[in-house]
Ligand binder design. Structure first.
Ligand code: UDP
Length: 477
């Protein structure tokens, strides 16, 4: 047993989207490596979402706990709305954070990039600050070079492809696939500045997944970074997997039925469809997905998230159609439609699941890699179009459905992908042809490497230890 006091690390996740889930996992990973981890939460109700897994870790003698910041009663926490996050007036939250950090200063605090407001407080107290932005190395390199070389400004139209200069591979994108804020050279990159003044960044990835881009990011772009993932692999207990994210909204009867039904399916035959925690598709799009997957003849589990209804029309007919579809599919045992939340890693790990129709959120991408499941890529927003290129063009573990339009989750999306494209992409990945066999082999190989990376002797295991050691040596000075 180490007689030195443990390194103390705080983790301040942002609640929205796929930000909080990996940050909680990250805190748990560092605790498993001997750090004393404290997760900061702006509300008790939020802490209740993940406290069970933290309690389980405590029973395994991990030094991990949750601290709920003492915010004024009427304060709306700065992390309840994804769109408002960077713009919320946060002055009211600074005092409780300052108070806590002054009373109990850690050796380092890992903050989400959307808690930009917190950096003034942390920096003024001289506490080491690490930034987490939820992206992988590849997309970070792509976005850096898009910002630096502005190749998008040299094309004639939004649909004309351009090559992103300077990268280890030929990566092509169109202007329509870039985030709106990245299409034209604009003012200073505030998120970038937040990182530049930090102690470094932690990335939920592993060296073997994007080695050329880990090297490029660290050496060519000169960033200090630790690749510590896949952090989702810290969820070993079934209960952790079931509860991860939003336990309260899981329909238990349906989940049980779904898992029993999956047990009866052929290996690698079922398509899992999910667009993450934020995306809102239109009913028009949902109907195309339904027909596409039925026409592919594969069985499926489809997690229908929030539906976009901002066209001002009534959607009673479409909603009834969807309810009827759900009923018919379950009765015929053809597929399961889940409205709301599903325990994704449990689903992906099931041996019957053979393909993942995904929006290419980075967490979903890494979780699919961990499960060795090839993907049907359908990027929508954020850095997902870059992730798609990594999955399909660089790693060769996915097929593109043909999505071209970047739109934020709260913008109206014009593009509707037709049922034929959905069917074709699903058939390519879950159909059993030569291409599918090769893709699955590559995906399985990466899954093995992912598991090795987080075990003793693995690349991410070493990175976690390296960061802890560095913090320990700084503590002594
Ligand atoms: N997730 C889940 N069940 C759902 C939807 C999402 O467990 O029904 C999890 C998923 O496993 C992942 C995260 O939520 O860890 C979504 O993150 P990602 O980066 O893929 O997408 P985002 O939600 O940020 O768009």
């Amino acid at each position: 047993m180490d007689s030195e006091p443990p390194v103390e690390m705080y983790f301040f996740p942002f609640v929205g989207g796929g930000h909080q889930i990996p940050m909680i996992d990250t805190a748990r990973v560092f605790a498993a490596h001997g750090a004393k981890s404290t997760i900061l939460s702006t509300t008790l109700s939020n802490a209740l979402r993940f406290c069970n897994s933290i309690h389980r870790d405590q029973t395994h003698n991990r030094l991990i706990s949750i601290h709920v910041l003492d915010l004024p009663n009427d304060a709306v926490p700065p992390d309840t709305s994804m769109s408002a996050a960077p713009f919320t007036d946060t002055s009211v939250f600074k005092q409780p954070l300052r108070h806590f950090l002054t009373q109990h200063p850690p050796d380092c605090i890992v903050i989400d990039v959307f808690h930009r407001w917190a950096s003034d407080v942390i920096d003024s107290l001289g506490i080491r600050r690490i930034v987490f932005n939820g992206n992988g190395f590849f997309s970070r390199c792509v976005m850096q070079n898009v910002g630096k070389f502005a190749p998008q400004e040299k094309v004639g139209s939004d649909s004309e492809p351009f090559v992103v200069p300077g990268l280890p591979d030929r990566v092509e994108l169109t202007k329509s696939q870039l985030p709106v804020f990245a299409r034209n050279k604009s003012g200073p990159d505030k998120f970038g500045q937040l990182e530049d003044k930090s102690f470094g960044v932690v990335v939920n990835s592993f060296y073997e997944l994007e080695s050329k881009y880990v090297d490029y990011f660290k050496k060519d772009l000169g960033k200090k970074a630790w690749g510590i993932g896949p952090v989702s692999l810290c969820n070993r207990d079934e209960a952790d997997k079931v509860e991860r994210g939003q336990a309260a909204s899981v329909d238990e009867e349906k989940l049980k039925w779904c898992l029993d039904w999956l047990d009866s399916q052929e290996p690698d035959s079922v398509v899992y469809i999910s667009f993450g925690s934020l995306a809102r598709l239109s009913y028009k799009q949902l109907i195309e997905i339904a027909h596409g997957v039925v026409n592919s003849t594969n069985c499926f589990v489809w997690v229908v998230g929030k539906v976009s209804e901002n066209d001002g029309q009534s959607h009673e007919d479409e909603e009834n159609w969807l309810l009827d579809f759900e009923k018919r599919m379950r009765e015929s045992e053809r597929g399961v439609v889940i409205r709301g939340w599903a325990p994704q890693i449990l689903m992906l790990e099931h041996k019957a699941v053979g393909g993942f129709v995904s929006h290419c959120g980075w967490n979903s991408t890494v979780e699919s890699v961990c499960a060795g499941v090839p993907m049907i890529t359908w990027p929508l927003s954020a850095e997902q179009f870059s992730n798609e290129k990594l999955i399909t063009d660089v790693l060769g573990i996915g097929v593109q459905v043909g999505s071209k339009e970047w739109a934020s989750w709260n913008m109206e999306r014009k593009e509707v992908i037709g049922r034929e494209k959905v069917e074709a992409a699903v058939r390519k990945v879950v159909g059993g042809g030569d291409e599918a066999v090769e893709m699955r082999k590559r995906a399985r190989d990466l899954a093995e490497k992912a598991k090795k990376a987080v075990e003793e002797g693995g690349s991410s295991y070493a990175e976690v230890d390296a960061l802890i050691s560095e913090l320990r040596s700084l503590k002594k000075n």
